[in-house]
Design a protein around this ligand. Structure first.
Ligand SMILES: NC(=O)c1ccc[n+]([C@@H]2O[C@H](COP(=O)([O-])OP(=O)(O)OC[C@H]3O[C@@H](n4cnc5c(N)ncnc54)[C@H](O)[C@@H]3O)[C@@H](O)[C@H]2O)c1
Length: 286
């Protein structure tokens, strides 16, 4: 393996996948975006176009950069065609271990032998995902942040099986994508989700106990600690259902009470108050 990475395929065109594909194409990689659903693929590609147009309107992206990025991006609904020439495949399909393992196993047959397989999972064990691969040394985590074209952090998660060559190759890709890199060992919640979620869950417990309003808890962190956004607004943006799943997983894996999901969180998810995507969370969204 260890071939220069020129072609990247992103699997899943949802919230994360379209953003990763946008950044890959904007960094000069020939990029394929794949989704099982044609509707999701069209939505993802339209979102990339809209993001770039917004960038042009704001003067952050030139017209030439936008045209160049779009010319490097193709959409696919057939996995075989999407990955046949890939040097790096980044999966951003839903956070379900069995799904990710199944995909990685399939890629052992469909992707070129030298291809690196990266997962954008925000919490699942990379070593377990790698165990399903034909070439586990070529599996690694590339954890991007939402929205990908704005937030520059890339958390590289090294599985027990990941080789040094794989790590070096994805570091190179991250640098070319102008990311700020952190390298962490595979452990539940990595560095970012573990710390970020801890703060979010404690903030929910404080609302539950009537310590302060959601707005005031957020203001305390924004104005007292210079966080760009408070933990409850962030929970609304990520989705309470998404954070609940991660909390349940970290609670079972780490055994720490800090990760026990608060009852208020469970009640809100059961009532469909999922945050921005449902219109109601700790805030009301238009
Ligand atoms: N949303 C976030 O803020 C965030 C941040 C970092 C990491 N992540 C991680 O990124 C991954 C994707 O999350 P998301 O929020 O983009 O999800 P999403 O639901 O927005 O998108 C998932 C997409 O995958 C598609 N899909 C489902 N099964 C597929 C398959 N077998 N092959 C190809 N496509 C398939 C769906 O049609 C959908 O378009 C998850 O692992 C999640 O934990 C999410």
């Amino acid at each position: 393996m260890s071939k220069e990475i020129k072609r990247i395929t992103v699997l899943g065109a949802g919230t994360m996948g379209h953003g990763i594909a946008q950044v890959a194409a904007a960094s000069g990689y020939q990029t394929a975006l794949f989704d099982l659903s044609e509707q999701a693929l069209d939505r993802g590609l339209a979102q990339v176009q809209a993001n770039l147009e917004k960038g042009v309107a704001k003067g952050k992206v030139s017209q030439e950069q936008m045209t160049a990025a779009l010319s490097l991006l193709d959409g696919h609904t057939e996995l075989e065609l999407a990955v046949e020439d890939a040097d790096l495949v980044i999966e951003a399909v839903p956070e379900v271990m069995e799904l990710k393992k199944q995909l990685v196993e399939q890629l052992g047959v469909l992707a070129p032998e030298h291809a690196i397989l990266a997962s954008n999972t925000s919490s699942l064990s990379l070593s377990e995902i790698a165990s399903a691969a034909a070439r586990p040394a070529q599996v690694i985590g590339m954890h991007f942040f939402n929205p990908v074209h704005i937030l520059r952090l890339l958390e590289i998660v090294v599985a027990d099986q990941s080789s040094l060559a794989t790590l070096e190759a994805v570091k190179g890709v991250g640098e070319r994508m102008s990311r700020v890199l952190v390298v962490v060992k595979d452990s539940p919640g990595f560095a970012s989700s573990r710390l970020g979620l801890c703060l979010g869950l404690e903030a929910i417990r404080m609302v539950e106990q009537g310590v302060a309003s959601a707005e005031d808890i957020d203001k305390a962190m924004v104005h007292g600690y210079k966080h760009p956004m408070g933990p409850l607004r962030l929970t609304d943006l990520v989705g309470l259902d998404v954070r609940l799943k991660i909390a349940e997983y970290l609670h079972s894996e780490l055994g720490s009470e800090s990760f026990r999901p608060p009852q208020l969180m469970r009640d809100m998810v059961a009532a469909g108050q999922l945050g921005k995507k449902s219109g109601q969370g700790f805030y009301t969204w238009q």
